[in-house]
Design a protein around this ligand. Structure first.
Ligand code: ADP
Ligand code: HMS
Length: 563
């Protein structure tokens, strides 16, 4: 009998659904929906790093994309066994006692504090500092132990603490909070009991300091020292967490009707995009999967025996079962990867956005066409020119911390810097320096894993930049001095979600077997160019120097580690 599953992947800008044949991972239909309100930059204020998304963007996207793949695949809906949802994270959403996102209730429809706080929102830097300070000094367990020793402003508790302090009305109305992957899963299932709802192990372990060592979330006593709201919230969250090979519930009658499915379809426990992307790319031990898009997420799995009781310093957490049940999933990443290049692109397009509007040389239609053409071609042209600049030629030295540093050693307050500019510095030189910067930031992550005893034999690249930029991938292979394989699928996170769905539906006995059968093939490999590796090593020293200058705390961290 044929079996089909759906993987639903919520990225930063859009959501995509794919309908997959579980026998071989073949994609029978796919559909993408861009978030309407987010596209118009509603509820965001980049000047203070506030990035919020309205739940209606997510619900409309879910309905449109799933309906599309069900209708266009010509598959009998009763053979669609399961759906699994992955999202960005930590992207928490305040909800009412009956599990309704607060922004869907009266009075909160346009309040950004009542919406999803997107992973890259950095409004809670002070609150992350408070958490770190308390964790290190309160005299009890240091709850940051399994999230690399530093709690980030990108994460759950810091974001909630910030909003609780900032918005009394939201604090009073938000009965509980859910990670985005949990909320969308909860929305679809029939069982609406919030207490027994199966929350994601991946989200809880990497972002909310949930760990078996202390029986779940950080203690009420610890949270109470941060804010009484957090202490009260603890009891309205969860004790247990679940891996994504398990069923969260059956599709509710309401959503079965809305999506053209039946209530026999099961919904797997939710997860994060990077972790499901790693499964979609057939992750195995000692393979680092790098999701390279707006940001990077670096995922690796290790057996419990290999990790033992060790806590890996400066990363975004080590969580039992966050990628493959039975293995410890480790996560690191860069807060900006493609985003650094996107920032530069926007900077260079300033005149076209602002001067063209007042010019009388072109018609409005021509202006729009020109703007679009320049926007589409800018990175491609810069890439071609940067590639031609020999490594012997002087280019600026840049840091990749344009949106703070996620790892190693989170510091979201830190800013980027560029040095070594001269009158000879042209736009492609600067572009080359930014590409070097994102690759050096990547090298720091790989080095940290290896220093901490996590062996990396091979690297797999997935995500927009991995697929679109051979220049960046070749630079990265040279900087890391490791070969990098590129997954063929453009949809690895959604494919990974489909793999979890297939296991949850009982079609495969475990994630490893399912990912071998359904996971993406590879369609490219970049090898280090031996004549260039040494030159990049030299540039890396300059990057290190600039890093120490821009972030004096780095030296202190290193000294603390080596005493
Ligand atoms: N040809 C390219 N070279 C380098 N970077 C690119 C290229 N095309 C897109 N990007 C970058 O890729 C990022 C988007 O990556 P993608 O994986 O598609 O999205 P997301 O990370 O939101 O899932 C943007 O930051 C963009 O600047
Ligand atoms: O941080 C995580 C997962 O832990 C990601 O969700 C976050 O970096 C967003 O990833 P994308 O840039 O949307 O691929």
């Amino acid at each position: 009998m044929k079996n089909y599953v759906i993987g639903l992947d919520y990225g930063t800008d859009s959501v995509r659904a794919i309908l997959i044949d579980t026998e071989n991972g073949q994609e029978l239909a796919s559909n993408v929906c861009h978030y309407k309100r987010w596209k118009n930059k509603e509820y965001c204020d980049a000047s203070i790093n506030q990035f919020r998304q309205h739940p209606l963007d997510h619900i409309e996207g879910l309905e449109a994309t799933i309906k599309y793949v069900v209708e266009n695949s010509n598959v009998d809906p009763s053979l669609i066994r399961s759906i699994c949802i992955d999202t960005t994270g930590s992207s928490p959403v305040p909800v009412t006692e009956d599990g309704t996102p607060l922004a869907l209730t009266k009075g909160f429809e346009n309040n950004p504090n009542a919406m999803m706080v997107l992973w890259k929102d950095h409004t809670s830097i002070n609150e992350a500092n408070e958490i770190n300070e308390l964790a290190a000094n309160w005299g009890g367990v240091n709850f940051t132990k399994y999230v690399g020793g530093i709690y980030s402003s990108e994460w759950f508790w810091a974001k909630i603490l910030h909003i609780a302090k900032q918005d009394e009305a939201v604090k009073n109305a938000a009965y509980t909070w859910m990670e985005h992957c949990d909320l969308m899963t909860y929305l679809l299932i029939d069982n609406k009991d919030l207490k027994s709802f199966k929350r994601s192990r991946c989200a809880a372990g990497h972002k909310a300091m949930w760990h078996e060592d202390w029986n779940g979330l950080p203690s009420e006593e610890f949270l109470g020292k941060l804010h009484p709201y957090l202490a009260a919230l603890r009891g309205r969250l969860y004790d247990e967490t679940y891996t994504s090979d398990l069923v969260a519930g059956n599709l509710s009658q309401e959503w079965a009707t809305r999506l053209g499915l039946t209530t026999s379809t099961v919904i797997a426990v939710g997860t994060f995009d990077a972790h499901s992307g790693a499964v979609g790319a057939k992750i195995e031990e000692h393979t680092l999967v790098r999701v390279m898009g707006t940001s990077t997420c670096d995922i690796i799995v290790a057996s419990e025996e290999a990790i033992g009781t060790k806590s890996v310093r400066g990363i975004c957490g080590q969580v039992d079962g966050s990628v493959i049940p039975g293995f410890i999933g480790l996560e690191a990443g860069q807060s900006a990867f493609g985003d650094l290049l996107a920032w530069y692109k926007e900077l260079l397009l300033w005149p076209t956005d602002h001067l063209l509007a007042t010019s009388t040389l072109l018609t409005d239609t021509q202006k729009e066409q020109l703007k679009e053409e320049m926007s589409d071609n800018l990175i491609i042209k810069l890439t071609a020119e940067a590639e031609k600049i020999p490594l012997s030629e002087s280019v600026p030295i840049a840091l990749d911390w344009i949106n703070g540093r996620r790892t190693p050693d989170a510091n979201q307050e830190i800013k980027s810097a560029i040095s070594n500019l001269s009158l000879g510095t042209k736009a492609p030189h600067l572009f080359k320096s930014l590409v070097n910067a994102i690759c050096f930031g990547s090298k720091k992550i790989v080095d940290r894993f290896e220093e901490e005893g996590v062996k990396i034999n091979s690297v797999i690249g997935i995500g927009g930049v991995a697929r679109k930029s051979p220049y960046i991938m070749q630079t990265l292979a040279n900087v890391l001095n490791k070969p990098i394989k590129i997954a063929a699928s453009d949809q690895t996170p959604a494919l990974g979600a489909a793999i979890y769905a297939a296991v949850a539906a009982g079609i495969y006995p475990n994630v490893i077997e399912a990912s071998q059968k359904m996971g993406s093939d590879f369609d490219g490999e970049y090898f280090p160019q031996l004549d260039k590796v040494a030159a990049y090593n030299k540039l890396l020293l300059a990057y290190d120097q600039l890093s120490s200058f821009a972030d004096p705390s780095l030296k202190k961290l290193q000294q603390e580690h080596y005493v």
